[in-house]
Design a protein around this ligand. Structure first.
Ligand code: PEP
Ligand code: MN
Length: 333
């Protein structure tokens, strides 16, 4: 249930509603908005009788939330969420570009790519220090050393860093070194990890699982937000279907579908969807045309020798082309 407060309701009235909800055995989460403040009732297994709340000072109305997710839902938070990081706004109307190698391989590799991306106007650098690989014999990432290299990239270029935490053991270290903590597709339903990510003070980039529905993705985001971290960015990165011409099938319809259901920003990863570099640019353009708030793209200066995902990594000149294409495309939208 959502308790909508009257325009001009006082902080004390909002607090009184939260206290009353607690007395009923639930949790009340205040959701300030541009138009009005609302209090979301959390933790009820069954519909709540709102008559007591409706009679309280400052309460305008109570609304039944029809979806299983609450804090991520547009029903409870009609305005789109904008996540600000320094001067970068994610979800603010301008598509945000995150780019970099799949994995941090060495200080030289990371910095060479970062310097190029910085020249292209990129503000957020991606690169995995902990890599969730299908084979245990594949390169697993440099771990702590990779995180230190990312610190150096930030220091040298001013780029913000998004990097993945693959389990609860490396989450704390990742959160210390990252500006945005990535939870990958394989961990989208790792609920204990999601809860821990919900206690971080850093934004979380949550990628859709290969076989997850939109509702499941949103419920996963709910796990993070219900722990107190409301800065969640969702990422469509392709799902597994019968179609085998690409590594995964990019679900472009997920973008408007998520935007209808949720106020959270949605970005798209065309690299892991395509699995081949020649398809990355068309998919990226499709994503922006469909309303994505940004992209996360793999780029490598020497993809033939990349230690992971070289075949889907763009060459620097291709990435530059993509940034021009996106700029042109935006002028039509
Ligand atoms: C990645 O971004 O490097 C990655 C492993 O992505 P995903 O979790 O989408 O497979
Ligand atoms: Mn990758």
């Amino acid at each position: 249930m959502l308790v909508v407060m009257k325009n001009g309701a006082t902080e004390a009235q909002v607090q009184a509603v939260i206290t009353e909800i607690q007395k009923m055995g639930y949790r009340g989460v205040s959701m300030p908005g541009a138009q009005r403040t609302a209090v979301c009732v959390i933790g009820n297994q069954h519909p709540v009788d709102g008559s007591l709340l409706l009679a309280m000072e400052g309460v305008k109305e109570t609304i039944t939330v029809t979806r299983p997710f609450k804090l991520v839902s547009r029903e409870t938070h009609p305005e789109s969420t904008v996540i600000s990081l320094g001067d970068v706004k994610i979800g603010g109307g301008e598509p945000v570009m995150m780019a970099g190698p799949c994995a941090v391989e060495s200080a030289d590799q990371a910095l060479t790519i970062a310097r190029f991306l910085q020249k292209c106007g990129v503000k957020i650098y991606r690169g995995g220090a902990y890599k969730p690989r299908t084979s245990p014999y594949s390169f697993q990432g440099l771990g702590i050393k990779g995180l230190q290299i990312l610190d150096n990239v930030r220091e040298e270029t001013g780029l913000l860093i998004v990097t993945e935490a693959t389990d609860s053991e490396n989450l704390e270290a990742v959160a210390k070194h990252a500006d945005i903590v990535q939870i990958g597709a394989r961990n989208m339903q790792n609920y204990s990890l999601l809860r821990l990510a919900g206690r971080l003070s850093k934004p979380v980039l949550l990628k859709r699982g290969f076989a997850a529905t939109i509702d499941e993705l949103l419920m996963a985001a709910e796990y993070i937000i219900t722990e107190g971290n409301s800065r969640v960015i969702l990422c469509e990165r392709g799902i597994r279907t019968f179609s085998d011409n690409t590594r995964n099938t990019l679900d472009l319809a997920a973008i408007p579908a998520i935007k209808e259901l949720s106020h959270l920003p949605v970005i798209v990863d065309p690299s892991h969807a395509a699995g081949r570099r020649d398809f990355v640019i068309p998919l990226a353009k499709g994503a922006i045309a469909a309303g994505a708030d940004g992209l996360i793209v793999e780029v490598h200066h020497d993809p033939t020798h990349a230690l992971s995902d070289g075949v889907q990594s763009l060459y620097p000149q291709q990435f530059e082309q993509l940034t021009h294409d996106i700029a042109r495309l935006k002028s039509y939208l």
